[in-house]
Ligand binder design. Structure first.
Ligand SMILES: Nc1nc2c(c(=O)[nH]1)N(C=O)[C@@H](CNc1ccc(C(=O)N[C@@H](CCC(=O)O)C(=O)O)cc1)CN2
Ligand SMILES: Nc1nc2c(ncn2[C@@H]2O[C@H](COP(=O)(O)OP(=O)(O)OP(=O)(O)O)[C@@H](O)[C@H]2O)c(=O)[nH]1
Ligand SMILES: [K+]
Ligand SMILES: [Mg+2]
Length: 465
């Protein structure tokens, strides 16, 4: 990715039509663009004040009327000089305004911004740390209120502060240990005097608490895919509609109704869950036509992408050979739940039965029985616990770093424990493990981060962010 320091411009608002749309420019010497594009009757823009003005072409013709706001470095989102042109939110008018800015900025090297480049600059200029920058995108992408709240924790710096507190505690302990290393004769009773083990235990407990909040939060961010699979007419589409609370998929008594997969995102306790309804599985020879056969192929493709497979069966009919054949084809590494549907016909009660091989749940999709059992079991399966604590919308990268820091602290504890008669505690190794733990934690806020990783993180943003 080409991240040079020339001034950049982009449409900052979502593509499509809206009441208002914003073109944003950031970089050095952008006052020439203000002069060219904003016909402010000679007056300069007062920093951080909205000024109503015409946005004009080189020949003086008016593109739009709007508000212009100038943010003088370093007091801006990016930490550079920023100009916001807030016009009407139409895709064509905003594109014309952007094109006009780029044309007026040729002299100063103005170019289109790369995805995430405004926020990347905010990071480089110390306006945000890496976890906060990730919070920006996670807030924009949040698909449930709970996810948005947790992303906001990251954006505001609460997650970073928690990490920084841990780093500070480790730093203090390291300073103690490293000071002692210079005076080897004191090593032996150092651990006692300074309560180094007590401090280490405190740090390990705090890290464990952060890890729990982060791994729970990660569920809010990632959500999960559940695929409804089974023979035709067992009630897969009916279950999708029951979970979604609306008629998303067509339901008929005709076997082979669903052809293409139908996806609906629901939420269970704030966790986004993509429920994927598929074509009922039966032998190609029984399928009515080519369309259904292709649909069944798509079912098998969808099954492979599942975090959890829901194998639906007809409780009124009981298991059949065809169901066994379906189960045999499920990938081994994906958890499967057996949902027995139509208990209103079979006389079963809504129930959950945890068998060694898999969990069986008895429901009626049309009578909405057993739905809470199903939702609860899905949450249990992915390890969701309601702690009531605020959660951090952690990414896999954060979880990996937390886990690695945890492992290094555990090694440190082992080195500190080597104080039997025979061996002295290995203080140098203790100190080294502390250093590694600290480094792993600091990578979360971006203190030790390669340009490659930054490129990967920011390129996943949208343009204009
Ligand atoms: N119009 C507009 N709305 C927006 C943004 C924006 O860039 N423009 N934001 C973009 O994401 C978000 C707000 N984030 C912002 C963060 C910092 C600054 C800023 O000017 N910071 C200065 C001054 C801080 C202060 O006065 O306290 C600074 O950090 O020095 C502006 C917006 C959401 N809403
Ligand atoms: N009595 C009863 N009927 C049900 C229940 N669930 C679904 N049905 C009926 O079973 C028939 C098939 O339901 P669908 O939801 O279309 O079944 P499907 O598994 O999606 O079928 P295909 O898309 O053809 O594979 C419809 O007539 C539904 O009304 C249930 O819990 N109880
Ligand atoms: K059907
Ligand atoms: Mg169906």
């Amino acid at each position: 990715m080409n991240f040079d320091s020339s001034p950049i411009a982009a449409i900052a608002t979502a593509p499509g039509r809206g009441g208002i749309g914003v073109v944003r420019v950031s970089g050095k010497n952008i006052s020439s663009i203000i002069e060219a594009v904003c016909a402010t009757k000679g007056a300069e823009l007062q920093p951080r004040h909205a000024t109503f003005t015409n946005f004009v072409n080189a020949d003086g013709s008016v593109i739009d009327q709007g508000l212009a706001i100038y943010f003088k470095a370093p007091h801006s989102y990016t930490g550079e000089d920023v100009l916001e042109l807030q016009g009407h939110g139409g895709p064509i008018v905003l594109q014309m305004l952007l094109t006009r800015c780029l044309e007026a900025g040729t002299d100063i090297g103005l170019r289109m911004a790369q995805p995430g480049e405004f926020t990347h600059r905010a990071f480089l200029n110390d306006k945000l740390d890496l976890a906060q920058a990730e919070g920006v995108i996670d807030l924009i992408e949040a698909s449930t209120e709970a996810a948005a709240k947790s992303a906001s924790q990251s954006l505001s710096g609460a997650f970073s502060k928690t990490i920084q507190d841990l780093v500070d505690k480790i730093t203090n302990l390291r300073m103690l240990v490293e000071a002692t290393l210079d005076f080897p004769e004191e090593e032996i009773d150092f651990l006692e005097k300074s309560d180094a083990r007590g401090q280490l235990n405190g740090i390990r407990e705090a890290l464990q608490a952060v890890f729990t909040q982060a791994s729970q939060g990660a569920l809010l961010r990632d959500g999960l895919n559940i695929v409804l699979a089974g023979q035709p007419n067992v009630g897969k589409s009916s279950l999708l509609n029951a979970l979604a609370g609306s008629d998303v998929a067509i339901v008929t008594a005709i076997a082979g109704t669903t052809r293409d997969k139908v996806i609906e995102t629901i939420q269970i306790e704030g966790i986004p869950v993509n429920v994927i309804d598929t074509a009922g599985i039966r032998d190609a020879s029984d399928a009515t036509d080519e369309v259904e056969r292709i649909g069944i192929e798509r079912t098998w493709a969808a099954v492979k992408t599942a975090d959890v497979i829901i194998h639906m069966l007809d409780a009124n009919r009981g298991p059949t050979r065809a169901d066994e054949q379906i189960v045999e084809r499920f990938p081994e590494n994906i958890p499967v739940m057996r949902i027995w549907n139509k208990i209103d016909l079979s006389g079963h009660r809504p129930a959950i039965d945890r068998m060694p091989d898999s969990t069986h749940i008895y429901v009626s999709a049309t009578d909405l029985q057993g739905m809470d059992l199903l939702r609860g079991e899905l949450l249990r399966l992915i390890g969701w616990q309601q702690t009531g604590e605020s959660l951090y919308l952690a990414r896999e990268r954060h979880l990996v770093a937390l886990k690695s820091a945890h492992d290094h602290l555990e090694m440190a504890a082992q080195h500190a424990a080597h104080d039997s008669e025979a061996t002295d505690p290995a203080l140098d190794l203790f100190a080294e493990e502390l250093r590694l733990a600290q480094e792993r934690l600091s990578s979360i806020t971006g203190e030790f981060t390669s340009d490659d990783l930054l490129g990967v993180i920011f390129s996943r943003f949208c343009i204009g962010k």
